[in-house]
Design a protein around this ligand. Structure first.
Ligand SMILES: [Zn+2]
Length: 217
């Protein structure tokens, strides 16, 4: 190869290399545009493996009022990631997470507190619930047939029977609660003694309280 052609060969190779790098860069950019893990996101944009029974988007709740405009599960990104990891563990055993409540605007927390002013069951809006911070979920499990697993009480049952410490329950119920708790704790959540359905993301306890309305479209 003459020096002349050698020059073009090397130059061409360099050009190809640079342009393909540029292409890789363009391709990688959506991944590189990482959002902060505290950003509020919609769970359904990240997974379609959850069952939804968002009680506050219906009248079937202790407020006896539909207080959410739509049945969406908004949470901070880190909560979504931990919840998906937990759901993957449940799926391996033939179950899925059923959601009752996720992020809850502070204004709704105030309405709840007016009806049930007992910190055992409803967080004082002055302090704010972890739900208001996008780090809490109210959940149960469904089996492969979509049937809800027996947990001993309904969601938002404000009584001792809903407590993790209550032992006067059938063996199966205690085992189901224990299973839920074990997997959730493994994936970064804390349980809440008086409500078997409530889980807080450990790293979400100090995030800011939010009162934003979500986009229902
Ligand atoms: Zn809760």
């Amino acid at each position: 190869m003459s020096q002349f052609f050698k020059f073009f060969f090397v130059a061409g190779f360099l050009f190809w290399n640079i342009s393909s790098n540029a292409q890789n860069e363009a391709y990688a950019s959506p991944i590189k545009q990482e959002i902060a893990d505290t950003t509020f996101v919609n769970l359904k944009d990240f997974s379609s493996d959850f069952v939804y029974d968002m009680k506050y988007a219906t009248e079937d709740n202790f407020l006896k009022a539909k207080v959410y405009d739509c049945a969406e599960c908004f949470l901070r990104l880190k909560t979504v990631q931990a919840l998906i990891a937990a759901n993957n563990d449940f799926k391996k055993k033939g179950f899925k997470i059923k959601l009752y409540d996720c992020y809850r605007p502070l204004s709704i927390q105030k309405k709840m507190w007016e009806i049930v002013s007992n910190p055992k069951y409803v967080a004082d809006p002055k302090k704010g619930s972890i739900h208001n911070r996008g780090g809490a979920v109210d959940i149960s499990l469904v089996d492969a047939a979509g049937k809800e697993v027996e947990m001993g009480t309904t969601f938002d049952f404000f009584g001792i029977e809903a407590s993790h410490n209550y032992t006067e329950l059938p063996k199966e119920v205690k085992a189901n609660r224990k299973f839920l708790k074990k997997i959730m704790i493994k994936n970064g959540f804390n349980s809440f003694d008086s409500e078997w359905w409530h889980y807080n993301l450990k790293t979400g306890l100090k995030d800011k309280v939010a009162n934003q309305k979500w986009d229902c479209n």
